[in-house]
Design a protein around this ligand. Sequence first.
Ligand code: NAD
Length: 502
Amino acid sequence: MTTIAPQTAPEAVSRVHTDLFVDGEWAPAASGKRFDVVNPATEEVLAQVADADAVDARRALETAAAHQAEWATTSPRFRSEILYRAHQLIVTRADEIAAVMTAEMGKPLAEAKGEVAYGAEFFRWFAEEAVRIGGDSTTTGDGSHRIEVTRQPVGPCILITPWNFPLAMATRKIGPAVAAGCTMVFKPAELTPLTSLLLADILVEAGLPAGVLNIVTTSDPSTVVTEWMESGLARKVSFTGSTEVGKLLLRQAAGTVMRTSMELGGNAPFIVCADADIPRAVDGLMFAKMRNIGQACTAANRVFVHRSVVDEFTDAFAARMSALRVGDGAAEGVQVGPLVERKAVEKVSALVSDAVAKGATVICGGENISSPGFFYPPTVLSGVGLDADLMRTEIFGPVAAIIPFGNADRPDDPAADDEVLALANDTPWGLVGYLFSQDVDRCARLSAALETGMIGVNTGAVSNPAAPFGGVKESGLGREGGRVGIEEFLDMKYTATPIHRR
Ligand code: NAD
């Protein structure tokens, strides 16, 4: 592992608008206040963006509400073509967007480019979906009435995104909202607003009319979002973030019976059965653990490995983890960037200390890296006890916790499957699970019994615009992407018409 020197901020950052974007215009917050956006690799202030309060929030939502009726009457093809053009523009400007994303969030440039490609795909996917909004027509059982079912945009939407995928979490919401004909207020995470502000520029160039998308940046999310939630003007909230804030928004949404989509936290089990293809499982865990420096809701949080293969698996995985290059994500060849903020390093470090105090062994990593920058090294812990805090908390860092299960001398004992299922499901979360086995019957049995919204079978990657992304239990409500993604932004309307027979 090497630490590579910090890079200077990319020139692209200085070209990003830093004001609020309301009604097609860039303007400072009413108070004139601004807040800092910091590069987590260097701790340098990259930009100062407008710091909105309730007054700005109100103006943005009133704007969205004022444009809703007109926007809803635009043709699906018109909306689709805006999204196609925006997709193209994102692809064309990929290097610039990736540079801004790496600077404000920390992920290595190669990963940022991967997110740009992934994020752009949501616009292409929903450009295709915009012109496929379906309906239904039938008659009542007694033949007296025609039943016509159509779909209409739900109305003005509140979109709230986290910092870990600054582009993809935005396009995954804006794409279907545009396709469905909804206007929006959008609040990106305060740690990473620049990528979202750049996206506004792209959507304007793609032809999105003024007032459809309104972006509000703030260091005080509670005040801005509460103003929106309690206004009575919004009909839908689509949130990606922690379960804690999701629950708060669900309580607020009850006040006006607002539609909700909640993409919340996870505590993903990663299961390596006795009959797994070990090199493939190691590859799978490298992706499922290390994507985004471990800061993903889909990150493998608890790695359950059958005792008959745990040493072989741990050695192979730790060798890969130790070889990773850590440093400023903007530098050539870096594979692991910093965590997003100092608090994140403190949290990860405390989780590792707790696991070790409760009996885990550090195989690699585990020591803080000196400042500047919020770095934590790739870390493998073996023999993690079920009482460790990280079993019940999202680690959100580059730490793999290996928990053995089963009997080392009895790899074929089916009781191991029941044991690992009970462990995997012993959590209030249910976003995603990963499963490695070469036995198709075992894969089918375990997949059916895992309490998660998504499962990766012999793969560590599940996210795709064509797939319905989302969780069960406290990981959320609703799905983003796939054929159902647009439904989250549509209301069903049924019209009854009498059938007159002569
Ligand atoms: P967070 O909940 O702290 O913040 C998410 C967003 O909510 C941010 O925009 C933030 O400003 C806003 N927010 C914070 N407090 C608020 C309040 N009181 N009222 C209204 N809005 C508020 O989460 P985070 O730290 O930004 O992101 C990490 C979390 O997001 C993790 O739990 C992760 O699992 C989850 N996540 C889930 C998915 C998914 O699709 N399920 C995807 C990415 C991240």
